[in-house]
Write a protein that binds this ligand. Structure first.
Ligand code: ADP
Ligand code: MG
Length: 310
């Protein structure tokens, strides 16, 4: 079975899964399940559940806090889960959540992903409660672009960029998380055609993703435009992309994706958020260009935000 083969490959490349603990230093720690003390649930998405634990080998409550992601049993896809862990493990950037290690006791589906804990949580939860000014929001936007440019330089596409998957470290530093849908695009290829179905973040998807299942660097840029829209609305649930698109669609017409595709093909887009500067509105429009080639790269977006922030 492919799952078992993948798991044994993974064990070979992951020091903390190896029977020997005398492996070369990789910067990743060894965690044992018995020292993890549960604190609280941090969040839950379609596939995973993230729980705060204290890693407390001394058993005196002085151990560090870590965020631990597990695969939900009901949607269990061990192969995809191991891929997600391996993607995060291979990334090292200040705007990407840090991998700390994993814990294999239980193997396969029971594999735990251990990452740094970001106490302020996701932008989706933080922004509605903490009114930040525009220049702060633009700094976040620029940092997301920096993390995404790094990800693209490794030829990964994220496919689920949204404020629910952007975490806040200290007040002024954001980090991209949730690599559950991430795919690698081999050199020379332009897009990844997705065949698996499941619950998709359709309101963040570019038109070619909905129509042809074609995901590319440019489709992440589209999702960034939607993320930028969310940031500028301070993630107000009343103005969420889902709410706004549903208002534009006929009632109950969301049984399939056809009405959403038709709407986007008629060049209808999310509205311009209140108090959104002209330059930012133009950026969102460029990210939502019908033709993927017309959309800006994350590099050029970084430059635009730098000009705005200084
Ligand atoms: P899923 O794949 O199920 O969507 P995510 O990785 O997006 O899982 O995590 C779900 C939620 O858990 C996030 O939206 C966020 O609120 C919270 N979360 C995830 N990772 C962390 C972390 N490292 N620190 C704090 N909260 C986190
Ligand atoms: Mg998520």
């Amino acid at each position: 079975r492919i799952e078992l083969r993948e798991l044994s490959e993974f064990m070979k490349t992951t020091p903390d899964l190896s029977p020997s603990e005398t492996l070369p230093y990789t910067g990743h720690r060894i965690f044992h399940k018995r020292f993890l003390k549960m604190q609280q649930v941090l969040g839950e998405g379609n596939f995973g559940k993230v729980i705060l634990y204290r890693y407390d080998p001394a058993n005196d409550d002085t151990g560090e806090l870590v965020a631990v992601k597990t695969l939900k049993r009901e949607n269990g896809n061990t192969e995809g889960w191991i891929k997600e862990i391996n993607v995060l493990k291979s990334l090292d950037h200040r705007n990407i959540v840090k991998y700390k290690g994993c814990c294999s006791e239980g193997g396969g589906q029971g594999l735990l992903l251990i990452m740094e804990f970001l106490p302020l949580g996701s932008l989706l939860k933080y922004l509605p409660k903490n009114k930040l000014n525009l220049s702060q929001l633009m700094i976040f936007a620029q940092q997301i672009c920096e993390g995404m440019e790094y990800l693209h330089s490794k030829r990964y596409i994220h496919r689920d960029l949204a404020t629910r998957n952007v975490l806040l470290d200290r007040d002024r530093l954001v980090k991209i998380g949730d690599f559950g849908l991430t795919k690698h695009i081999p050199t020379g290829e332009l897009y990844y055609r997705v065949s698996e179905n499941g619950e998709n973040p359709v309101f963040w998807f570019a038109v070619e993703c909905l129509k042809e299942n074609k995901f590319s660097f440019a489709s992440d840029v589209w999702s960034f435009g939607v993320t930028l829209y969310e940031i500028l609305t301070h993630c107000d649930p009343k103005q969420s992309p889902r709410k706004k698109f549903e208002e534009m669609l006929e009632p109950k017409s969301l049984i399939n994706q056809v009405p959403l595709i038709e709407l986007l093909e008629k060049k209808m887009r999310l509205p311009c958020p209140k108090n959104c500067p002209q330059e930012v509105r133009i950026i969102m429009e460029q990210c939502w260009a019908a033709e993927p080639k017309q959309r800006p790269s994350f590099r050029s977006l970084i430059e635009k935000f730098q000009e705005m922030c200084h």
